[in-house]
Ligand binder design. Structure first.
Ligand SMILES: C[S@@+](CC[C@H](N)C(=O)[O-])C[C@H]1O[C@@H](n2cnc3c(N)ncnc32)[C@H](O)[C@@H]1O
Length: 296
């Protein structure tokens, strides 16, 4: 089965290139509001961040087929000592866009791994009350559904091609609301400066919530992890990315750089860029300048 993968360089607050009800699953991880490690000062304020989420949620609702799933990997964010309730607000925003809030999976990273500073060290230096700042090893995957899925709409042969390995499901504990998955290590070259999620995250979601030959959307594509996994699992994909400079990274990761070991060499890859209008793409220098300007 040949699959098709399309990257649109533009802002996903509008997904005008995608027609209504043409997507079978949305998997993504938006930028976490002004995250100190990745996006410090990117958004003017929290209201602006919520505005982006609102438009992205409405557009996701429009392009998803009835009955289908939107899965968002997100976390609350600590910025200058204040924790922003991003998970709760994203749930509200998606409900307001029309979705039913269905589930929340907690993603736990290995104990030894802490990307953020070891905040708990403060207490070790000052072992007294009021010096407690916990280290965070968790993120969330919040799962929404657009109406009801018609199980009878899928032909029997497609159901069989998309079958989920029950052994893997049990052994790797996919059945729980706690998923233990190793994160992308800081310093891994392809994901440098991109807060990428591990392949295991879209792998589980794509296996659990889409059928072979269907189309998966990632509106915040980053390095292209969702697209890579969609291709491996014989799903089509569409991704939006605002930073034009990421084309090379995405091509390498998804195996569309001329050198790859993907079994199906006939898969198609398409790039389009939206360089006019309000929701056009930007260059990395613009983002860097913006961050510096706000920081200084
Ligand atoms: C958390 S990263 C996603 C990483 C991705 N899951 C991966 O594994 O590489 C968020 C990405 O969204 C992009 N982005 C931010 N705002 C955007 C917008 N409004 N429209 C499209 N892309 C956006 C950022 O440039 C960044 O690459």
């Amino acid at each position: 089965m040949k699959t098709h993968h399309k990257v649109i360089f533009g802002n996903c607050m509008s997904m005008e290139e995608i027609s209504d009800q043409s997507i079978h699953l949305m998997v993504t991880s938006p930028p976490y509001f002004n995250s100190p490690f990745d996006y410090q000062g990117l958004f003017k304020n929290y209201g602006q961040f919520l505005g982006v989420l609102r438009k992205f949620a409405r557009e996701t609702y429009r392009v998803l087929q009835d009955g289908r799933i939107a899965a968002v990997n997100i976390d609350d964010m600590l910025v200058n000592g204040t924790k922003y309730p991003i998970i709760a607000d994203t749930i509200k925003v998606f409900q307001e866009a029309g979705f039913r809030y269905r589930d929340k999976i907690t993603w736990k990273k290995p104990d030894g791994y802490l990307r953020i500073s070891r905040r708990s060290g403060v207490l070790l230096q000052n072992p007294y009350p009021m010096y407690f700042y916990p280290d965070n090893l968790l993120e969330s995957i919040i799962i929404f559904q657009k109406g009801k899925f018609n199980y009878r709409s899928i032909p029997q042969n497609i159901r069989e091609l998309s079958i989920i390995d029950k052994k893997k499901f049990q052994q790797n504990k996919w059945y729980m609301t706690l998923w233990e998955m190793t994160n992308v290590l800081p310093g891994s070259p392809l994901e440098k400066d991109i807060a990428a999620f591990p392949e295991e995250l879209p792998y589980r979601l794509i296996k659990l919530f889409s059928y072979v030959g269907e189309t998966v959307l990632d509106p915040f594509l980053g390095s292209g992890t969702t697209m890579k996994v969609a291709r491996k699992l014989k799903r089509n994909s569409v991704g939006f990315e605002i930073i034009r400079d990421l084309e090379k990274t995405i091509r390498i990761k998804t195996g569309f750089n001329g050198k790859n070991d993907f079994p199906n060499q006939e898969d198609k890859f398409e790039i389009s860029e939206r360089d006019e209008g309000k929701y056009r793409f930007v260059r990395i220098d613009y983002i860097k300048q913006k961050i510096v300007k706000i920081r200084s």
